[in-house]
Design a protein around this ligand. Structure first.
Ligand code: CFM
Length: 538
């Protein structure tokens, strides 16, 4: 079948009932620039049509699993039936590295209040209190976080009141999250809820002054497969101090002291832009979007950080690190291009990687023919310029928007207005993100919250050389004879961030798209063998 994106779009839509087709038509977009150069509008962050198989997760997953989960010394308690806790236990490959054997690391634990009928009927606050007390006795943590699952909201347990009481009683920081799974249309709502509570209860609670010269926070880097370790190493070699990472390889104390940084570098815009914005408003710390996925993006991000601090010695060090790393990167790129040039990729994942990983494929000479996010918003597709135009619907109104004002004592703009103008002229965009679509090719397909039916049709129509998604899609894709790279967990691979990670990725994808094994993936009924006849007959 031809791959004219408009024909493909019609093909996908024609399977749906009228109303669904109309809605999906705004979520499946051909990336054709308008005369003024802007990308077309896409519908995003809306409910999945009931009955469709989505890739999405729930609000609890976004809060507990994504944003807070990677912090090793905040003890997480899931308030709810055991399944929510058990199935969110160690399912994301966020790694952590305690500084000593005595250092707290609760990531391997799974704590739940194990709600039963009795709590659903008579309330679960008593059991939650007991669980907090028991957890405290066992671990003596610095902080405890309580995560609400769906029934908590339905029966009206007040986790915040319990947190307040227990905080007073035990003398450690305890805070709750109203992150019931149903709170939003996807895990994205959970990110926002997590950001709010971290900001309210943790950020800025440790006033220890920092004397280092170049202090930053890395926001939205979760250390999947060791990515954050690579970035930490790069920054250290450049002489840049990383106060905290939200939240890969992170600690409670680092969050508490993070307002001492002079710049926030935002990796995953979707999951953490709220913290970046709030820190700007309250403390005067500007943020820039960075991307440590892809060698080019890594080099550019390091240069932007150096430019921000405007220090000759730092710039020299950064350039030194970049050139040291680039030799091997370019050598590997040259090698893999011989076999990968012109091959095609599709990426349907999350809220930022479907964008970032396109750059790695481009560095290998590969073309992204279709991509989309699971749960991102219009700004992640079209850029933050569309923010004022985004209509707030009932689902987003559900999530608290914190009122943040400059801190009377601690607000300190890090750069003067003239400096900001000069930095902008040098290519630094403050508090901005251009989104995925402006960087995608003309005519590429962009699909929001792809439905599984559409995934299977795309595979049949385009037969891409590689499809990137997650574990739920992986085996369906492979059964279609197409390799699937998991971009959530990286399968068993990684790290893929930074220069070192780029090399890993090039080699891995080269292996995947050039192996001949996929041509042999045929179902028995397709092979015309005796086994196939037997299968059809039975
Ligand atoms: Fe950000 Fe993430 Fe992502 Fe995300 Fe995620 Fe993830 Fe992801 Mo899976 S925070 S939006 S909610 S980069 S867990 S580390 S891989 S969907 S693209």
């Amino acid at each position: 079948m031809e791959t004219n994106p408009h024909t493909v779009k019609d093909e996908l839509l024609k399977a749906y009932p009228k109303k669904t087709a109309r809605k999906r038509a705004d979520q499946i977009v051909v990336n054709e620039r308008k005369p003024d150069g802007t990308v077309p509008e896409i519908r995003a962050n809306v409910r999945t049509t009931p009955g469709a198989i989505t890739q999405r997760g729930c609000t609890y997953a976004g809060c507990k699993g994504v944003v807070i989960g990677p912090t090793r010394d905040i003890l997480s308690i899931t308030h709810g039936p055991i399944g929510c806790g058990f199935y969110s236990w160690l399912t994301r490959r966020n790694q952590t590295r305690p500084e000593s054997p005595e250092d707290a690391n609760y990531i391997t634990y799974c704590l739940s209040t194990d709600m039963q009928d009795e709590q659903i009927v008579f309330g679960g606050e008593k059991k939650l209190r007991a669980a907090i007390e028991e957890a405290y006795e066992l671990f003596h943590p610095k902080a405890i976080a309580i995560f609400s699952t769906c029934p908590v909201g339905l029966i009206g347990d007040d986790v915040h009141a319990v947190a307040r009481d227990m905080k007073e009683k035990l003398g450690i920081n305890i805070f709750g999250f109203s992150c019931e799974g149903y709170k939003g249309v996807s895990q994205s709502a959970g990110h926002h809820i997590a950001n709010n509570q971290l900001f309210k209860h943790v950020v800025g609670t440790d006033e220890t002054p920092r004397t280092e010269k170049f202090k930053i926070n890395m926001l939205g880097e979760y250390n999947i497969g060791g990515d954050a370790f690579v970035i930490e190493n790069l920054l250290e070699r450049c002489g840049i101090t990383l106060i905290s990472t939200f939240s890969g390889n992170s600690t409670y104390d680092a969050f508490a002291n993070s307002h001492m940084a002079d710049l926030n570098a935002v990796m995953c815009h979707r999951s953490i832009n709220y913290v970046a914005e709030m820190m700007e408003k309250k403390f005067g710390i500007p943020w820039i979007k960075v991307n440590f996925v892809g060698a080019e993006g890594t080099a550019k991000s390091l240069r932007h950080i150096a430019r921000y601090f405007n220090d000759a010695e730092l710039t020299e060090r950064v350039e030194g690190v970049i050139s040291e790393e680039m030799t091997e990167v370019l050598k590997t790129q040259f090698d893999v291009r011989k076999r990968c040039e012109g091959k095609t990729a599709m990426l349907f994942v999350g809220g930022s990687r479907a964008h970032h990983y396109q750059t790695l494929f481009a560095e290998m000479g590969m073309k992204t023919v279709a991509a989309g996010y699971e749960f991102a918003h219009r700004d992640d597709y079209e850029g933050r310029r569309v923010l004022p135009a985004i209509k707030v619907d009932a689902d987003s109104r559900n999530i608290e928007e914190l009122e943040v004002v400059p801190d009377p004592a601690r607000y300190a703009p890090r750069k003067g207005p003239d400096e900001l103008v000069q930095l902008a002229a040098d290519g630094l965009e403050f508090n901005g993100y251009q989104g995925m679509m402006p960087e995608m090719e003309e005519g590429a397909l962009v699909i929001d919250d792809i439905y599984h039916f559409e995934t299977e049709r795309l595979l049949e129509i385009y037969k891409p050389d590689i499809f990137c998604a997650g574990i739920k899609e992986k085996y369906a894709v492979q059964k279609a004879g197409i390799p699937c790279k998991q971009l959530h967990s990286y399968d068993y691979g990684g790290p893929y961030a930074g220069f070192h990670g780029a090399i890993n990725f090039y080699k891995e994808i080269d292996r995947m798209v050039n192996t001949r094994i996929w041509a042999y993936a045929r179902a028995p009924w397709e092979t015309g063998t005796a086994l196939a006849e037997e299968a059809i007959a039975s």
